[in-house]
Design a protein around this ligand. Structure first.
Ligand code: FES
Length: 142
């Protein structure tokens, strides 16, 4: 899946545009870093590493993720995994899925692995199976 990356030397932030539904969580909570009107739209010098991580960890879409640069260079470091998959149902919105899961699209193709996703529940997204925010435009009460 297409992504862009940004680093401040301590962490690398990854943004996957296809997963973003532009709900505004990032720029409403840390506009010194996330500014959709600026280019590049992520300014890694706009806040501390921990402030950036806090916003990314609360991004409901999974479009923003990060890795500590020290993890990227430790090739023999074993990953620990938590097998619990958490699915939250957003009021009148998508399923928020987080954990160790895979997504198989309507054609039976496995999509690239991600750790969080907002899956469309209204059936009207133009970026299936992901929510693109279109549910806000329709009378969807689910
Ligand atoms: S639930 Fe968001 S577009 Fe369908």
């Amino acid at each position: 899946m297409e992504y862009r990356s940004y680093t401040n030397g301590e962490i690398t932030v990854y943004w996957r545009p296809k997963l973003c539904n532009h709900n505004g969580y990032c720029y409403e909570n840390l506009d010194s870093v996330f500014d959709p009107l600026d280019r590049p739209w992520i300014n890694m010098k706009g806040a501390t590493t921990e402030e950036i991580i806090d916003v990314i960890e609360h991004c409901p879409t999974g479009a923003l993720t990060y890795k500590r640069n020290s993890e990227l260079t430790e090739s023999n470091k074993k990953e620990t995994t938590n097998n619990t998959v958490v699915i939250n149902v957003a009021p009148n919105g998508p399923f928020l899925v987080k954990g160790d899961f895979i997504i198989i699209d309507k054609n039976g193709k496995e999509l690239p692995k991600i750790e969080k996703a907002m899956l469309c529940r209204c059936g009207k997204s133009r970026n299936m199976p992901f929510c693109d925010g279109y549910h806000k435009e329709i009378d969807f009460r689910g």
